[in-house]
Design a protein around this ligand. Sequence first.
Ligand SMILES: [Zn+2]
Length: 113
Amino acid sequence: MNKVEKKRQREQHVVEEMIQLYCRKNHSKEERQGRKMCPVCQELSDYAKLRSQKCPFMEQKTFCANCKVHCYKPEKREQICQVMRFSGPRMILYHPFFAVWHLICSKKEKRNL
Ligand SMILES: [Zn+2]
């Protein structure tokens, strides 16, 4: 496996973890129906994976969120930013690197205000 592929897999894995954490704390057991995450979060996770798979800039960038090309649909970006805001501070401990996304999401918000 080459370097870019590894990076891609790592990104996908961490995003999934963050969505799972978010779902565990914000959505009910009933919504998850015994699965890792509820259908809404699962869809977001699949979407994030797909974007990452199709990303042509994987080599240069550190993470999807600091990419110049915003390939996320506005509604999905809103969703993923929500997940990042929630899971980001909790993930810093485990994945310091991924605090970046969280930072970018909060910056963007301030600009919009
Ligand atoms: Zn959920």
